[in-house]
Write a protein that binds this ligand. Structure first.
Ligand SMILES: Cc1ncc(COP(=O)(O)O)c(C=O)c1O
Length: 361
């Protein structure tokens, strides 16, 4: 055991000293079975993908192509067309997580400052900590939403990154376009990372002005609305110079071929996704908000497909839902009050959620 201890010390010393202080990002993924559960805990699409997407994957495998390295063809152009931008303004990534990682790694050096309003999606802080950045975390609030003034006040000579998740997770808060632009103009030396992971639900974007604002970098994904988090495909939209630079950092095969095959098929039938979005946002979400209002349950106003709710007995409710095969995500706020982040599915799924909740609320 002495030897093991020695070996342990040796292994630790190989890495930069601050790495050992960072906790791993370990979301509670185990035991989630879509055949046995209604999954409302990861903001995923709650219905299977389009049959043509499944068929495209089957065909690809049957065609004996798995032994070849990926080649991406014109997928960036197809995504660009979907986004109304130029192909040169798009780079595909292994999920938007990789986009976030590449942007932060490429823009920031140790000791520089990152403004990451919180609470928010864990990856930003994760990567910022790996790069040993100084993190400044202005707070979102139920009443004021995005902390624009606190972000502006925090900008200094050392600011190299400002994150704006639009909408933010877990709060569901949107960021006004004017606020993004004001902040981008106030911090010209900083990478302005606008995470539009849930774009399809809000249709709010700054993709149309990436040439005018050279520090704007947008991350997006096929993981949420499109229902393909398993294959990992995200993309970055920015001005073509930034995209060229980021392509110097991304590996040539970081995105797997199955992802490209699936997304190519999905993009041929955007209506399938649009119908789901419409049902979630126009039927399920108002129905659930109405339920929360009637029951007097606090929640953060959300522009997204999920709502951070604060019932009086969150643990009990989470267990009750779990016992009825519905999973939701407990998330504590800054004052350690536990809330349940719940994403919406289709109408029938939302009715089932409400019915199950009604038994205990
Ligand atoms: C705000 C936000 N950004 C990015 C992601 C990661 O998405 P991807 O699967 O594309 O890496 C998530 C996933 O939960 C998210 O909530």
């Amino acid at each position: 055991s002495g030897l093991q201890e020695q070996a342990g010390t040796l292994i630790m010393s190989i890495f930069k000293s601050h790495i050992a202080q960072i906790g791993a990002y370990t979301p509670p993924l185990e035991g989630r079975d879509p055949h046995d559960h209604l999954l409302l805990d990861f903001n995923e699409r709650t219905l299977p993908v389009c049959p043509s997407v499944k068929q495209a994957l089957i065909d690809f495998i049957q065609d004996d192509r798995l032994q070849c390295y990926p080649s991406y063809g014109n997928i960036a152009s197809k995504i660009a067309r979907y986004c109304n931008v130029d192909a040169a303004q798009v780079m595909i990534t292994n999920g938007s997580d990789q986009g976030i990682d590449l942007i932060i790694r490429s823009a920031c050096s140790e000791g520089e400052e990152a403004i990451i309003p919180g609470p928010s999606f864990a990856m930003y802080q994760q990567v910022a900590k790996v790069e040993n950045l100084k993190i400044i975390e202005p707070s979102y609030s139920v009443d004021q939403g995005f902390p624009k003034q606190a972000v502006l006040d925090a900008i200094s000579d050392k600011t190299r990154l400002i994150v704006m998740a639009n909408p933010n997770n877990p709060t569901g808060t949107g960021v006004a376009r004017e606020d993004i632009l004001e902040i981008a103009a106030a911090a010209p030396k900083a990478a302005i990372l606008v995470d539009e992971c849930y774009f399809e639900y809000t249709q709010e974007t700054v993709a149309d002005i990436v040439e005018q604002y050279p520090n704007l970098l947008i991350t997006r994904t096929f993981s949420k609305t499109w229902g393909l988090p398993s294959v990992r495909l995200g993309y970055v939209i920015s001005n073509s110079g930034n995209i060229r630079a980021l392509l110097n950092v991304r590996g040539p095969y970081d995105v797997n071929q199955l992802a490209v095959v699936a997304i190519d098929a999905a993009l041929s039938n955007p209506g399938y996704t649009e119908l789901y979005v419409k049902e979630v946002m126009e039927v399920s979400k108002p129905m659930f908000e109405d339920f929360l209002n009637r029951k007097g349950i606090d929640y953060w106003p959300s522009v997204a497909n999920f709502i951070w709710t604060f019932p009086n007995n969150p643990d009990e409710i989470e267990k009750h839902l779990r016992a009825h095969h519905i999973l939701v995500r407990p998330k504590a706020d800054e004052s350690d009050r536990v809330g349940l982040r719940i994403n919406l599915g289709n109408k029938a799924q939302t009715e089932s959620l409400i019915q199950t909740l009604s038994q205990i609320v």
